[in-house]
Design a protein around this ligand. Structure first.
Ligand code: SF4
Length: 367
């Protein structure tokens, strides 16, 4: 390619940067793009819409304004502020990474994408985003939005979920990112994917890079990108026990290394098909809570969808049977269990399904 061809080939970069400059949304982390703010926002934005993230981001940085304040905080407080945002491993990794930055880097962020990727919870995309936006490193940040935009722009019909397709797009973008300012380049692509080159019905008429876009020119916007067919989402049936002792209910905290680790929940058990009787609930008391309880009613059912499966949880009301504790386990794991009143709920981080159970308990009157 001669110099003139190269210049014309990269003309889309200039148009993208100009468009971003005029059309970018005012977002709380953009007004002061410190490494800390960019990092927190990028982690929160994974799998989550901007509108959902804004109030969480504002609360989070108000509560933990610096890396050192985040690292010096108990993980339970971090999970409480994160409660409702989902994908809780992100919060646990933020807390871990803050500890590493404080302990191993004197509280100063590593500046390169390569070094950033060594921190817990920071993958190639987040490292590229933080390094380019906060430090101006010329490195691409390739997430699902970016893959969609460039599968269309370059007319790539390979499955975009495949690592080799992602690598192909990433390495092509690496040749352009230094053409303009890397921060504007990556944020321009993010903004274009969010506002114009949307998953369905892209607004090609408003697109700054429509000239040169293969999908637009060949009317392939509804066909590209090509994705792997989705596998069906499994469904699980659970029983949960809301065990009352006087005016308090029994709750337990998940181990930190399991799914939703560190969050509180009610005892529950997965029910096999054909075993959907309330007797299955007996297993809960034997296996999980070390004392016997008797069922006194049914609150109803809640449904919840996680990323990889859905659950239906039938929620039973139970009474603690005093004097029939069946092991000493309760004493050994005391730190992970608690009897709390419904007024105390706000002090404990619960996962979303458990919050739905709490709403259900509050809505049913057994008196
Ligand atoms: S022209 Fe349309 S399909 Fe091409 S990048 Fe722009 S919005 Fe996406």
């Amino acid at each position: 390619m001669n110099d003139l061809d190269k210049k014309q080939d990269a003309a889309w970069v200039r148009r993208l940067l100009e468009w971003y400059d005029t059309n970018k949304r005012i977002l709380p982390w953009r007004s002061s793009p410190t490494p800390y703010f960019v990092w927190i926002s990028e982690i929160m934005l994974q799998q989550t819409q901007v509108d959902t993230v804004i109030p969480y981001f504002e609360r989070f940085v108000q509560r933990f304004p610096t890396v050192s304040e985040l690292s010096g905080t108990d993980i339970e407080d971090v999970l409480k502020v994160w409660q409702g945002l989902g994908y809780y491993a992100r919060a646990r990794n933020l807390h871990k990474a803050a500890g590493v930055i404080s302990d191993n880097h004197n509280g100063i962020f590593p500046e390169s994408a390569v070094e950033l990727q060594k921190l817990p919870g920071i993958g190639e995309y987040t490292a590229g985003a933080v390094a380019s936006i906060a430090f101006g490193e010329a490195v691409p940040a390739v997430d699902g939005n970016c893959l969609r935009v460039f599968a269309r722009f370059w007319g790539i019909s390979d499955v975009i979920d495949e690592p080799k397709t992602k690598e192909c797009i990433r390495s092509r973008l690496a040749g352009y990112v230094s053409e303009g300012n890397p921060s504007g380049f990556n944020q321009g692509i993010m903004e274009l994917g969010a506002l114009v080159c949307r998953p369905t019905n892209p607004d090609c008429g408003q697109c700054p890079i429509k000239s040169g876009c293969m999908a637009y020119e060949k009317s392939l916007t509804a066909v590209l990108p090509v994705r792997k067919p989705k596998s069906s989402v499994p469904h699980r049936t659970l029983f949960a026990a809301v065990v009352w002792r006087d005016d308090k209910v029994f709750v337990m905290r998940r181990e930190y290394d399991e799914m939703l680790g560190g969050l509180w929940r009610f005892p529950n058990v997965t029910v096999k098909p054909g075993d959907e009787t309330s007797e299955s609930l007996g297993k809960i008391v034997e296996e999980q809570i070390s004392f016997r309880a008797r069922i006194t009613g049914k609150y109803g059912q809640i449904n919840h969808a996680y990323t990889h499966f859905k659950v239906s949880i039938t929620v039973f009301r139970c009474e603690f049977n005093e004097g029939t504790a069946i092991s000493s386990e309760l004493r050994e794991t005391l730190v992970n269990v608690a009897w709390i009143s419904l007024e105390d709920v706000e002090e404990y981080p619960f996962d979303k399904a458990s919050l739905k159970i709490i709403d259900l308990i509050r809505s049913v009157d057994f008196s």
